[in-house]
Design a binder for this molecule. Sequence first.
Ligand code: ZN
Length: 160
Amino acid sequence: MTIRAILQYPDPCLRECAEPVGAFTDAIGELCRDLVQTLRYGTDGRAVGLAATQVGVPLRIFVMEATTKGGKRQSYVCINPRLQSESGEAVNAEGCLSFPDVTVRVRRATRIRLAYEQPSGRHTTRMFEGVLAICAQHELDHLDGKLMVDHGDPDVELSA
Ligand code: ZN
């Protein structure tokens, strides 16, 4: 288990389009664990999601973590995620671990259905709402090399 370095904008790796995961190897399992650990312990604790492209690995994997109503931390590891449906619309101020101290107002669906594989290779379909729905759409963008600043003007000047 390793906390990986999170790439900062304008690192060119952030613009790469990630490749699908083929075999669910031990190395993929380790990468998924590292992503969860990096999100949990390698950040200020306010981040909700992290994509593999943000640690320089161009594979279609992202992780999300949120606190449940019962106060427990719940992690989601989404491999080869596909957006199946979306509904609702809202504009929210988003942040990104690759853009410290930057927020951008982005219009997103408020409820989505996501199909993905777990590290075991098991197929899963799940509805996400609210923060997790917004986060999943943000992370899906990362896997296509798309960044939140592509959606609008950031509230501060970027140096690149
Ligand atoms: Zn991001």
